[in-house]
Design a protein around this ligand. Sequence first.
Ligand SMILES: Nc1ncnc2c1ncn2[C@@H]1O[C@H](COP(=O)(O)OP(=O)(O)O)[C@@H](O)[C@H]1O
Ligand SMILES: [Mg+2]
Length: 532
Amino acid sequence: MSLALVHSRARLGVRAPEVRVEVFMAAGLPQLTIAGLAGTVAREARERVRAALQASQFELPGKRITVNVAPAELPKDGARFDLPIALGLLAAAGQLPLDALREVELLGELSLSGALRPVDGALPAALAAAAAGRALVLPADSAQEAAHARAAVVFGARTLAQVVAHLRGERPLTRAQADEPDDAANPRPERDTPDLADVVGQVQGRRALEIAAAGQHGLRLSGPPGCGKTLLARCLPGLLPPLDAAEAEELAVIRSLAAPLRAAGGWPTRRPFRAPMHGASAVALVGGGGIPRPGELSLAHHGVLFLDELPEWDRRSLEALREPLESGEVRIARAAMQLEFPARPLLVTAMNPCPCGWAGDPSGRCDCPSEAIARYQSRVSGPLLDRIDLHVALRRVTASELLGTATAECSTTVRARVVAARGRQQARQGKANALLAAGELDVALAASAEARALLLRAIDRLALSARAAHRVQRVARTIADLAGEAGVGAAAMAEAIAFRMPLHAPAVAARATLQAGRNREPANADGVAGTH
Ligand SMILES: Nc1ncnc2c1ncn2[C@@H]1O[C@H](COP(=O)(O)OP(=O)(O)O)[C@@H](O)[C@H]1O
Ligand SMILES: [Mg+2]
């Protein structure tokens, strides 16, 4: 009896758990059984492997052969184990040295002619193989993508015969090189990310962007058409610190599971900005499907997810965001297993305040009945809004502002403050303020007595839920971090509370806009402090 062992990898979201293909060969009636794969999958694999071996002029001995694909509990869909099964058969039959399979992992679907077809999830498999200290042999069409994992040793082959010749040491394959990023598909910062210097006015909006970027806080921009909501949202990637190597790797894996990495612009070098349209389904937004793929929420991981026209979105799609926004990952149940896609984007949403778009405008040009305004706003899921930290009412830019010569700060200057504030958060608690657990807030905030009193009054007057009160505190912490303050004082708390005020009660919004025009203080914070 002889036994061969081949290393391979399953696909489980962004993970690639190890799979062992064991081949036993013993005397007995000629027979080939594959255990550990589902019935049809096993039958099809057997036929492909047999035909491919034959077409490649390899002969199997007439013996009783059992293949076991382990562990049994991993979901093992598809044909990615064809190549390891074929090589295991050859090794057990003595046609390939057993040693040749020790330091290598293999993945690949075989066609009946012995050609190799590409597999999904090549990049996570390459990263996992590298971590295990083994090389990875893949179909040539998958190898370029896998070669992006710099630590990995990846070989691409076109046929089964090439793999065998490589492992026998007869004709070694050349190491695969990462393909060049496709320039056309790569986002160009100068085109896709506007600079804050080009945004006129919108003092509150700019401030909210800076706080959102500094503390990783979700943001809602509300205001009339053309006031610059989309413009502001698009500035956000330029305010975030550059993508680091570990973040880029995580994002590359996610992208490679949605589409070939090349089509997505290759290895990510910048933070993503994803702006799905409001027709997007829940699956498109959060991921899923027969073969689970990451959705927009994960494709925006470490970057920005922009949901425009919030009231137009399907409620179910928005509801599907709630859990992942809280946990930072999308979980998909598959048979006995669960797979995860990381999903921690900065969420930015935008909406008009009412059907005509002008509610709260000082011109009074909105004549939507108040019930229509209420109905419009209630289309947005309350629980989703509850999970957004910063709410800002924007007004349109006045003619004098547009024509004025005042120069605004550029994104580079703001980003320097963001990076400094993030550095303080890392040093203090090892994560962004938005991710602070409720139980960590007291210590992290070190709030003054005055700040605490302000918060208590706001909870009372604005009927804030516990969740909302926690969000106010996280925002206050970020405001203090931007100012370089060790503890949260009254000013930081008041500004944080202002970002939680109801946006569109017309009177409040009008007062807010008037005030924002007069000074740079946070709009309507005084309403909370009770000075009116
Ligand atoms: N505050 C502003 N400063 C500079 N340009 C602006 C401003 N607000 C709007 N614009 C310009 O007006 C157009 C519409 O802005 P947009 O951001 O799409 O508005 P919204 O999303 O609020 O409807 C864009 O070309 C944008 O560049
Ligand atoms: Mg817009």
